[in-house]
Design a protein around this ligand. Structure first.
Ligand code: DAT
Ligand code: MG
Length: 136
């Protein structure tokens, strides 16, 4: 089995879209093995988004991810589930995301792109350890 970290970002929670997003994974036969509604503080955001430190959009990204509660979850499925989840999310900029994807169905602006998903098996392990250090 393979696990990946998903964050339904504050815009998704604010808009009441968590059920829609998680149900897509469940209907795809992926399982939710951990989930928590939490406000992501600046320290946690800095760890999570370490690869983006110094980029022009970094401050905006950290402010956005912490502006209100996010639904942080671990999704489990067969091999390369991180990739399946990424494909279901759609392109980073919702303007360019294909219809049928989460971002392509529900979003239009880069700054409000609804969902995070780990971008590799290594990222998934690193990110799950940040948010769910006790998960076996
Ligand atoms: P993804 O979330 O698809 O993995 P990423 O890791 O490259 O994309 O970037 C993390 C988030 O940062 C992304 O969801 C939205 C924001 N972001 C990325 N590139 C950006 C840009 N050029 N301008 C503004 N925000 C950006
Ligand atoms: Mg990313």
């Amino acid at each position: 089995m393979d696990r990946t970290l998903v964050i339904c970002k504050p815009d998704a929670v604010e808009r009441g879209l968590v059920g829609d997003i998680l149900s897509r994974f469940e209907r795809r036969l992926l399982r939710i093995v951990a989930a928590e509604l939490r406000v992501i503080d600046a320290d946690t955001a800095a760890q999570h988004y370490a690869e983006h430190v110094g980029k022009p959009f970094y401050d905006e990204l950290v402010t956005f991810i912490g502006r209100s509660p996010a639904l942080v979850a671990v999704i489990e499925g067969p091999e390369d589930t991180w990739k399946v989840v990424r494909d279901m999310m759609g392109a980073t900029n919702p303007r360019n995301s294909a219809p049928g994807t989460i971002r392509g169905d529900l979003g239009i602006e880069m700054g409000e792109n609804l969902i995070h998903g780990s971008d590799s098996a290594e990222s998934a392990a690193r990110e799950i350890a940040i948010f769910f250090p006790g998960l076996g």
